[in-house]
Design a protein around this ligand. Sequence first.
Ligand SMILES: *Cc1c(COP(=O)(O)O)cnc(C)c1O
Length: 407
Amino acid sequence: MDYQGFFKESLARLRDEGNYRVFADLERHLGEFPKATFRKDGAERDVTIWCSNDYLGMGQHPDVLAAMHSALDRSGAGAGGTRNISGTTHDHVELEAELADLHGKEAALLFTSGYVSNWATLGTLGAKIPGLVILSDALNHASMIEGIRHSRARCMVWKHNDLADLEAKLAELPQDTPKLIAFESVYSMDGDIAPIEEICDLADKYNAMTYIDEVHAVGMYGPRGGGVAEREGLMQRIDIIEGTLGKAFGVVGGYITGSAELIDFVRSFASGFIFTTALPPHVAAGAVASIRHLKQSDAERQGQQDRVAQLRARLDEIGIGHIPNPSHIIPVMVGDPVKCKYISDRLMADHGIYIQPINYPTVPKGTERLRITPSPVHTAEDMDRLVGALKSLWGECKLARQPIAAQ
Ligand SMILES: *Cc1c(COP(=O)(O)O)cnc(C)c1O
């Protein structure tokens, strides 16, 4: 076999389809988020990032940085081992206690990323609970899908956020079949939110466990940043709450929280937890500082929600369509992969604005979009420049405008 030829051909096909991914080479500027230097072909320019999942700017928060510097100076660079073999440092222990408290659960378990936490937990539960059937929302994240697939458990996919379809699938199964309903709170591409309470009601009715991915909600919703389930007073009704430390908390890592027995079970059986080096202690220390700050400060959440409302209103004023949703994610629809990429390129080249185009397979064909995530660190001037740039590009690309709402 011509291995190199195979790679080359596969990549050429990806390029032809318009689905080849190009990374933006960015250097973020501490203290000046969302400003960064963008480098391409030997040239440099200053840009403003409008598509970051560091939703609250916690990646530059002084408390987070101080905790990380201090842990680095106290404990050095790496953890030195897996959690089982010398890699459990006091910073990891503190972080797990902080996470359990955040979600009102008995225990928490830390993973190297949110992806790994979903993959390893669903993979382990599906493989180890005899006869478990996993009922998975159709729009669940790739990490959940891969975990379920890896477990080889039976999986029933229910229509996205569709309670009737979920109930029909639950009702098909014998009452004594073990069941796990897996879903997200905030779905990251459309920004819609699951009917959590009604899903919990169905779980009670059919004696199913519940697993929620709150990756896009932790730090962001609820009085202490515990997510949408905290805001709605539902954390106690969910068996497993999963989250990330890499988005609103601004660091890196993933976790689950739940009962002491469940956490101990996953800790004891999940290969993706056991056989990998623990996160560096300073990463854990930074996450602790970030969570603690967001537990007692609402200013970042409030600032972010204000910015989101402002941008939505500004887009409405100029008739640029975006999916209405109850979250912080603003999907601006383009509906054409070539135009979507073109607009993104021009934003960067002409306006110093970085918004990654979101094309197939991340979203269905025909729903190509710019996914904009305003944060409290965007200034009024940043927003003026963004709105002006979008307005001129929409005109140039002859994209449809919405009727402008009467003021
Ligand atoms: C980003 C993401 C993850 C993975 O979290 P990481 O910490 O980035 O690995 C899991 N679920 C959803 C819905 C995500 O968007």
